[in-house]
Write a protein that binds this ligand. Structure first.
Ligand SMILES: *Cc1c(COP(=O)(O)O)cnc(C)c1O
Length: 355
């Protein structure tokens, strides 16, 4: 606390990201990174771009990357916005589209914990809408006056996906407010709402290269929606930072979308490991929520979640525990390689044998 701080800074409760341990011998299942490395073509493209041209500013509009994303998703360049990770894209979305003086923003009571942090930073009034008993988003519960709606699909940290028909119902019921779908985990089994952006000018879909494209370290995210939504985002972005994406990030991201074979192979491997791990945990007595993401959310009726997380940590495995209402007895476990999943199961067997 310093007397030099702006008064708002004293009031902030910043987001706390999952731990990035300095030790390298840990099995890291706590931040939903991809256990497989990026495509070799991505690394080659970044190496090739590591050249004298780094003295020059990158393209502030990232046109080459936008063209690649537009072609991949079947939209026009002016329907694509890019940013330094989807967290930055989301931050600009909150500022440009979700701040309205007359009505609160709505999002689920259990969801990505960055949303309330952006609300505080930008002075956005919000209401949380409870998930069902089964931890699902219920479209009817969003039938109330609001200035906007945001939710992840699949939701985080539950992993539960929402059918496209339910999203469309929500869009039909709320045609006059922006609806933002955060699809950070969509490539692990959900159905993207990008196609709906052609018919619903109030829909914005946000995605990231951090999870399904194994590029959390490169920091690339994007949004797709009606050109007017994109223009609003560009206005805010160009009032803050003209160059959020550097030259290496742009060429790496383009190369990632050109190597579809690697993308399909790694995401299928993760989906298969998730389904195997779900069965193995269920056999050990865990209640596992049905996941369409690269993580699972599970609780054990006989074992306290915080103690389980501590026991795993003693055995060099880190998972995420949220000390929050409704989910304090759950662990969020990222899907690792087959060997990492096996190490997790062996550690749980050892912990259960001790108590
Ligand atoms: C991981 C995650 C993000 C942020 O991803 P980055 O692109 O790495 O900033 C956004 N939303 C949700 C729900 C996430 O889980």
């Amino acid at each position: 606390m310093s007397r030099f701080w702006n008064p708002l800074v004293k009031e902030l409760t910043p987001y706390v990201p999952g731990e990035q341990p300095k030790l390298s011998n840990l099995v890291k299942l706590n931040t939903n990174e991809n256990p497989y490395g990026p495509s070799p073509a991505v690394l080659a493209a970044i190496r090739a771009a590591t050249a004298d041209s780094l003295r020059l500013y990158p393209d502030p509009n990232a046109d080459a990357l936008k063209d690649k994303l537009a072609a991949y998703h079947g939209v026009q360049r002016n329907q694509v916005f890019v940013g330094n990770g989807s967290d930055e894209v989301l931050g600009l979305v909150f500022l440009a589209l979700l701040k309205h003086a007359d009505a609160p923003l709505l999002f689920p009571d259990i969801t990505y914990s960055f949303y309330p942090v952006y609300c505080k930073l930008f002075g956005i009034d919000y209401q949380t809408v409870p998930l069902s008993e089964a931890m699902a988003i219920v479209p009817e519960t969003y039938r109330r006056p609001c200035g906007g709606i945001i939710f992840p699909n699949p939701n985080a940290p539950t992993g539960i996906g929402m059918p496209l028909a339910a999203i469309e119902q929500l869009l039909r019921e709320q045609p006059d407010v922006p609806v933002v779908v955060d699809e950070a985990y969509i490539d692990f089994g959900g159905t993207s709402a990008i196609a709906l952006t052609q018919r619903y000018p109030n829909l914005l879909v946000v995605q990231t290269l951090s999870k399904s494209r194994s590029l959390a370290g490169l920091r690339v995210g994007f949004a797709i929606g009606h050109p007017e939504l994109i223009e609003g985002l560009e206005r805010v972005k160009n009032s803050f930072n003209s160059y959020p994406l550097d030259r290496l990030a742009m060429v790496g991201a383009i190369a990632a979308f050109e190597d579809d074979a690697y993308f399909q192979q790694t995401r299928q491997a993760i989906i298969a490991s998730r389904d195997t791990l779900t069965g193995e945990l269920a056999q050990r007595g865990f209640a596992v929520l049905p996941s369409q993401a690269n993580f699972i959310f599970a609780r054990h009726p006989q074992h306290d979640a915080r103690q389980l997380a501590a026991g795993l940590r003693e055995r060099a495995i880190i998972v995420r525990h949220f000390n929050l209402p409704r989910i304090g007895q759950y662990l969020r476990i990222s899907i690792g390689t087959e060997a990492e999943c096996a190490a997790l199961l062996a550690a749980l067997t050892a912990i259960f044998a001790n108590c």
